[in-house]
Design a protein around this ligand. Structure first.
Ligand SMILES: Nc1ncnc2c1ncn2[C@@H]1O[C@H](COP(=O)(O)OP(=O)(O)OP(=O)(O)O)[C@@H](O)[C@H]1O
Length: 619
């Protein structure tokens, strides 16, 4: 098809769904379309400025970047125009008519049909350009990309019901013009005072002028039109900070907290970072782009969360504006310079300062941060060597003393028993499995707190964090356990009652002989109270839990045989002592199978287990 012919294209299915939902559920916030369109126009100006660093001709005869808004009461249209980067035909098809966001499918899966809840979700997802259809029954977007000649304009038009038309048109000015044909009853947005009020409320922070053009053609700049982050902290209201967040964060909700600082030194820069109040849809996409924007002397340079913030802080939003970097530096070089590294390190420090402050002074808010981003933050313990201890200090865990993930390592250490010198933890697939781990029995008895680690990232965390504040971290399921120094009356008594390892030596050797193909070693346990046996990994071996996790991810885990620890005080084990021959072997196997199950593992021979079990039950 020739490019000049008007063609009709269908919206991607998700767009249709989004439009429908949005029109119905965001109706009570219909004025947000002004914010969304101004926000896009400002981004387009940023992009143009960046491209023009290498090609000044892109400015044509219009170096001053602006947004113009005008209303035509007779035609019932509202027009929002910018002289930013514009779009070519392909970009229009890709950006307007498709949703290219990661997490789109998951997002639609979460919708409930309940308007209020969905409205909130849609807000989080970002409504962008499509919000025009809340107030308009037809939208005409005409655009020309900077650098293309005037016959390469593109006109996109839609009634928001399922399809749009596209044609090539002449457009003499660069940038994008959006004409909203207002719905019957939405004419309030054609009133000058109403438009101005909405701009002041939502778009005051936009760094380029938003100009209202009245019906006589007179122009008036409505917003403050300077970069918010460059202003003095004292002159910025809370509302302004929030509104700016919604723009940079592409979020509909208020942020939870922010930090705004000017750093002076070898590199001068300003940083304004926000912690969102909820997780973005692409939190688990480590390649996701949105995040922190880099400006050099107010000129937008790049938006690449990973270069400006480490992956474990990818939920942070905001801007960094460097005063001393050369403007004409390419993105590639920028990413490697020492100066950039310094700035990045400084910004990470600011981000951690903000989180520390929340953790210390706004505990309820920090609990939300942890709920949303805790798993991501934990990645930092292994990723950011320089800040490992600070990040570990920010981590919160569940423990045998708390079902909520509120226990910090410092809290734990503060509660350690007299004589206890380690921070103990258990790793498992679920809280229930962690809590019922046989390895915890002696800890319960002695009243020693154990951290319950059930996130996927926890094994990674403990493989990088060996100690905190001088106390080493130890798995309750690994190596030898010696709690004899820990004072506890109940347990001391129990220890005296338990038969000594010496007495059980012969039995242990017999079990070991019977299970020699399956286990590395059999030994008397000092961990067990109620269970007959448990599996233990060698001090330096991989835990059974990690081995299973790796296997589930399709990776090869070294096939280390476990150590079987038996509770020689347990009736089943005592009974073994009186058995011999084949029956002894069967019972020993049963003890091992139970330990495998309690460890969260799978039996190699479930049928054999059932048979042995039934034989024991006399069935
Ligand atoms: N005025 C404009 N000038 C140039 N490109 C634009 C303009 N408006 C929209 N676009 C392009 O269309 C894309 C989609 O815009 P849309 O508002 O739907 O989403 P967004 O801004 O990317 O994200 P969000 O909806 O989360 O704010 C933009 O990313 C941009 O590439």
């Amino acid at each position: 098809m020739s490019e000049n012919v008007k063609e009709t294209l269908g919206f991607q299915a998700e767009v249709k769904q989004l439009l429908h939902l949005m029109i119905h559920s965001l109706y009570s916030h219909k004025e947000i379309f002004v914010r969304e369109l101004c926000s896009n126009a400002a981004d387009a100006a940023d992009k143009l400025r960046f491209e023009a660093l290498n090609d000044g001709a892109l400015y044509e005869d219009q170096p001053e970047l602006k947004i113009w808004i005008s209303a035509d009461k007779e035609a019932k249209t509202l027009t929002i125009r910018d002289n930013g980067i514009g779009m070519n035909r392909q970009e229009v098809i890709e950006h307007i008519g498709t949703i290219a966001k990661s997490g789109t499918k998951e997002f639609f899966g979460k919708l409930t049909g309940d308007q209020q809840k969905d409205a909130q979700l849609i807000g989080q997802f970002g409504v962008g350009f499509y919000s025009s259809f809340i107030v308009a029954d037809k939208v005409t977007l005409t655009t020309r990309r900077a650098g293309l000649t005037q016959e390469h304009g593109v006109r996109w038009e839609s009634e928001g019901s399922g399809e749009y038309s596209l044609e090539t048109v002449d457009k003499d000015s660069r940038g994008t013009e959006i004409v909203l044909h207002m719905k019957e009853g939405e004419t309030e947005f054609l009133e000058e005072w109403r438009i101005k009020a909405v701009i002041r409320q939502y778009s005051d922070h936009i760094a380029i002028p938003i100009v209202f053009v009245n019906d006589k053609g007179e122009e008036e700049t409505v917003n403050k039109a300077n970069a918010l982050w460059a202003r003095s902290k004292n002159d910025i209201t809370e509302e302004e900070y929030k509104a700016f967040y919604q723009h940079v964060g592409h979020d509909y909700e208020d942020p939870l907290a922010w930090i705004h600082a000017r750093v002076e030194g070898r590199q001068d820069y300003t940083v304004l970072l926000y912690v969102p109040a909820h997780a973005p849809f692409d939190l688990w996409d480590r390649e996701a782009k949105t995040g922190v924007k880099l400006y050099v002397k107010r000129v937008f340079i790049m938006e690449d969360a990973r270069k400006l913030m480490p992956a474990y802080l990818r939920f942070m939003r905001g801007v960094i504006d460097a005063a001393d970097l050369p403007l004409n530096v390419s993105r590639e070089i920028l990413q490697q310079t020492k100066d950039m590294e310094m700035i990045r390190a400084g910004c990470v420090k600011k981000a951690l300062d903000l989180l520390d402050d929340l953790a210390e002074n706004r505990r309820d808010d920090y609990a939300k941060v942890w709920e949303n981003f805790g798993e991501v933050l934990k990645e930092g313990v292994g990723e950011d060597h320089a800040n490992k201890d600070r990040i570990a200090g920010l981590c919160r865990f569940r423990s045998t003393a708390s079902d909520e993930p509120t226990v910090s390592l410092a809290d734990y250490i503060g509660r350690m028993k007299e004589g206890q010198d380690k921070v103990y933890y258990v790793t498992a697939d679920s809280l229930a499995a962690a809590k019922s781990s046989p390895h915890l029995e002696i800890f319960r008895k002695k009243g020693i707190e154990v951290l319950l680690l059930t996130d996927r990232v926890d094994e990674w965390l403990v493989s990088h964090l060996f100690e905190f504040d001088g106390k080493s971290l130890a798995s309750v399921a690994k190596g030898d356990l010696d709690l004899s120094a820990v004072k506890s009356e109940a347990a001391d008594q129990a220890e005296e009652e338990a038969p000594k390892a010496e007495e059980a030596k012969a039995l242990v050797e017999r079990i070991q002989e019977a299970l020699k193909d399956e286990v590395k070693e059999v030994r008397v346990s000092s961990r067990l109270v109620d269970s007959p046996a448990c599996l233990v990994a060698g001090e330096h071996d991989m835990s059974g839990h990690l081995a299973r996790m790796l296997k589930a991810m399709g990776q090869n885990a070294p096939a280390e045989k476990p150590i079987l620890e038996v509770n020689v005080g347990h009736a089943l084990v005592k009974r073994l002592d009186g058995e011999a021959g084949e029956r002894f072997g069967e019972l020993a196997k049963l003890v091992l199978d139970q330990a495998v199950l309690l460890d969260g593992g799978q039996l190699a021979d479930p049928a054999g287990f059932v048979k042995r079990m039934n034989a024991l039950l006399g069935a």
